[in-house]
Write a protein that binds this ligand. Structure first.
Ligand code: FES
Length: 509
């Protein structure tokens, strides 16, 4: 998998955060599962208030979506406010906007307070279109914002190297290097004696009188409160998140050019969209170009993902040199609002924060405010609209349809002959699902010709996986779990690896 510029340029090894064994003799106030921006921000605020905290992360700090985001901190989430007014009401739209605007200020305050060097910069944010037929969408969005008394500008020109048909500007939004920001917060957590355990997968949460026991690979943690900040809640049934969320992939490239760079953050309202921002990388100002969203596991080609972004870069910045490329995965709820708050009616004091719909920089902060207030018994003005217990009538039929996929029966086979696989004429460095004796088998043939086989059944709820040729992964079309070609789980909600199928390389057997 490709590495983002944020992860490439931020070294967490200077902090002593790897503890090998959980000191399970000491109960803590709060156990946080997940060390991305939500988990770390919650840990930061709660440890400053004096709560004792342990954080467990199944991989490394910022290894998930936080490390692969565009790092835009904005309340302008595509053309979204017209949707909110129509699907909910004007109060919901106003609260959504206020909560996200407040998040920008709080992130800035934290950066100043902790003196975090993370390239934080206040900039305008723009949604735009280059297509005449999309002008009505922008006009409706602008009307919605006017109804909400939010000051923004309708523009016909931007400092981008192409003409546009229209744009809406939100002033004074922001961008940063998200991983350097998290590193600054982690340094403070260590001062606050927060224990952070990387490579420590949480596998269960059980009620134990007034507390919870979080079972992990490195021991058990007893805590009064549990915050599930693991991108996609890993609980299989409680809360039924798998019936109300799916995951979506998007792509980013980092581009060096000598051409003048724009001075803002931009996202087109077209589908597929294009997202643009500048960033600091190895002492230079560069461009980040993103887009190409699609539901995880939907078959896509290089041309439709990175290739499209590269073509865009070369068209408008002919000297463009592609420095890096990477992808990100996000959770999308059926009504497009995040789920924040109590994870399930059966689990008081267990919180969840998920479904950020690609706007996690601000929503991680909104989630922190709601969860911290709830733990402290303070009413939060935004908790109702994002409540994870809400029962919202589904209006997004397209997204519901996305969940209707095939599943497959369990497989009995645990050993196959290499000769049988070779009959399938599999090209080097490709993977596919083949069928032997009526059983489906996921096979990847490496660039060197080595064959790896897995049972292509998702360990979350049993859907049949698809091969992702771009990242060389097995992706689940149901809720977006991902596994590398060896079957190792790399993305929630599944947390167990795939079963490997042994290859019998003896052609005589
Ligand atoms: Fe739920 Fe695969 S992610 S079945």
């Amino acid at each position: 998998m490709n590495e983002s510029i944020w992860k490439k340029t931020t070294d967490f090894n200077t902090v002593d955060k790897n503890l090998n064994e959980i000191k399970n003799n000491k109960k803590v106030d709060i156990c946080i599962i997940g060390a991305g921006i939500t988990g770390i921000t919650c840990a930061y605020e709660l440890s400053n208030l004096g709560y004792s905290i342990k954080v467990v992360e199944k991989s490394q700090i910022c290894s998930g979506t936080t490390g692969n985001t565009t790092g835009k901190i904005t309340s302008q989430h595509d053309a979204f406010y017209d949707y909110l007014i129509n699907s909910f009401d004007i109060d919901t739209a106003k609260k959504y906007l206020e909560a996200n605007e407040r998040a920008i200020e709080q992130i800035e305050e934290r950066i100043k307070k902790e003196k975090i060097d993370c390239d934080f910069k206040r900039l305008n944010s723009y949604i735009y279109t280059t297509k005449k037929e999309e002008i009505p969408i922008l006009e409706k969005e602008y009307d919605a914002l006017e109804k909400m008394d939010f000051k923004c500008e309708y523009l016909k020109k931007l400092d981008l190297p192409f003409n546009i048909e229209g744009a809406i500007c939100f002033n004074n939004q922001a961008q940063f290097n998200p991983v350097r920001y998290i590193k600054g917060l982690v340094n403070k957590l260590l001062e606050n004696n927060v224990e952070i355990y990387e490579n420590t997968k949480a596998t269960n949460i059980e009620k134990n009188e007034d507390d919870y026991i979080v079972t992990t690979e490195k021991g058990k943690i007893q805590a009064k409160y549990v915050i599930i900040a693991s991108h996609y809640p890993f609980l299989k049934f409680k809360g039924l998140y798998s019936a109300k969320m799916y995951q979506s992939m998007s792509y980013l490239i980092a581009v060096e050019t000598k051409k003048e760079l724009p001075n803002g953050m931009y996202i087109s309202i077209s589908n597929p969209n294009i997202s643009i921002r500048t960033a600091e990388y190895e002492g230079k100002q560069i461009l980040l170009i993103g887009g190409g969203d699609h539901k995880t596991a939907k078959a896509t080609t290089y041309e439709e993902s990175y290739g499209r972004l590269e073509k865009f870069a070369k068209k408008y910045y002919p000297d463009a040199k592609i420095l890096k490329k990477w992808d990100a995965e996000d959770c999308i709820s059926l009504d497009k609002l995040p789920y924040i708050g109590q994870a399930s009616t059966f689990l008081p004091n267990v919180y969840v924060a998920t479904g950020y719909k690609k706007w996690g920089m601000t929503f991680s902060n909104v989630a922190t405010n709601i969860i911290v207030d709830s733990i402290r018994g303070i009413e939060n003005p935004y908790s109702d609209i994002f409540s994870s217990l809400r029962l919202q009538p589904v209006k997004n039929y397209e997204e519901v349809k996305n969940m209707l996929v095939d599943s497959s029966k369990g497989l009995l086979i645990d050993k196959i002959k290499e000769a049988d696989i070779l009959n399938y004429d599999l090209k080097c460095d490709t993977g596919k699902i083949i069928e032997i004796d009526g059983q489906k088998i996921g096979v990847y043939k490496s660039a060197e010709g080595q064959i790896y086989a897995i049972k292509p059944i998702c360990t979350h709820l049993g859907c049949l996986l698809n091969w992702n040729q771009i990242d060389k992964t097995w992706d689940c079309p149901c809720h977006g779990s991902r596994f590398d070609y060896l079957g190792k789980n790399i993305s929630d909600p599944a947390f167990e690896d795939l079963e490997r199928i042994e290859i019998d390389r003896d052609k005589e057997v």
